[in-house]
Design a protein around this ligand. Structure first.
Ligand SMILES: N[C@@H](CCC(=O)N[C@@H](CS)C(=O)NCC(=O)O)C(=O)O
Length: 255
């Protein structure tokens, strides 16, 4: 029995796993998940990932959660080209260093996504400006660290070739670029890096994986048909649960 990947391409970690598997010609069954419809809470999915998050992998009787672990597993199982997850101990440690760092630094950029896209759709009003500003300010710090500590003057985050670190970084940041934030403004090195990553992945595959977030109309439909949900919004120093209930009329936003 082959590999099954449970993915929702609205999700950055799912896109990194999808692109990696496709780029490396790994045969897998695409198990389409719709997180905004709550499919992660189904009994069936609970058997694949008790954490109820995507992406998730099933390889026969073996199941795995967490995108960095899934990417590392796939690269080792299918012996993908070395540059993705180098065997050299120090180079691999650099990839691991980025994958560990991004969870608590770059990942909170998700905050911007619900604030900018979801609130206006559900609540029939524009996003709270001060929250948007806070989130943008919070993002400036990890972006600078991404450039200065990780990218430096290299073509890719860990040297001359693309690695898992670049893939994870770019899929996270595309979440904002796609909805119109020029987050690399005044950061030409990151602009060039993003283009290099897209080229290394292949423009067609890159665009295909991001189609759903690049097409704003599709995004509207997805959000408008989502059930009532609670979003956990976190940036360094802030945490908030927001209930969004589309109901029959304009949504209700309880911050
Ligand atoms: N650390 C996890 C993050 C997984 C995650 O948070 N997935 C989100 C989508 S981006 C999810 O499944 N959310 C569903 C929920 O929270 O109910 C990874 O890198 O795989």
């Amino acid at each position: 029995m082959g590999i099954e990947l449970y993915l929702d391409l609205l999700s950055p970690p799912c896109r990194s796993v999808y692109i990696f598997a496709k780029k490396n010609n790994i045969t897998f069954t695409f198990k389409q998940m719709e997180v905004l419809k709550g499919q992660q809470h189904s009994d069936g999915f609970g058997k694949v990932n008790v954490l109820r998050k995507v992406p998730a992998l099933k390889d026969g009787g073996f199941t795995l959660a967490e995108s960095p672990a899934i990417l590392a597993y796939l690269s080792q199982k299918y012996k993908t080209p070395d540059h993705w997850y180098p065997l050299d101990m120090k180079k691999r440690a650099r990839v691991d260093e980025y994958l560990s760092w991004q969870h608590s630094s770059i990942r909170p950029i998700y905050t911007l996504f619900p604030i900018q896209v979801v609130f206006p759709l559900y609540v029939d009003q524009t996003a709270p400006e001060e929250k948007l500003q806070e989130a943008l300010e919070d993002l400036a710090i990890p972006l600078k660290q991404l450039e200065e500590k990780f990218l430096q003057d290299k073509p890719f985050l860990v040297g001359n070739k693309i690695s898992l670190a670049d893939l994870v970084a770019v899929t996270d940041l595309m979440q904002l670029i796609a909805i119109g934030y020029n987050i690399f403004e005044d950061m030409p090195k990151l602009v060039e890096w993003r283009s290099r990553v897209e080229k290394a992945v292949g423009k067609e595959l890159f665009q295909e994986a991001h189609k759903v977030i690049l097409n704003f109309q599709d995004l509207n439909n997805i959000f408008l048909h989502a059930p009532k949900m609670t979003l956990q919004i976190s940036t360094p120093g802030h945490h908030q649960a927001v209930v969004i209930d589309p109901g029959d009329g304009p949504g209700v936003y309880q911050g």
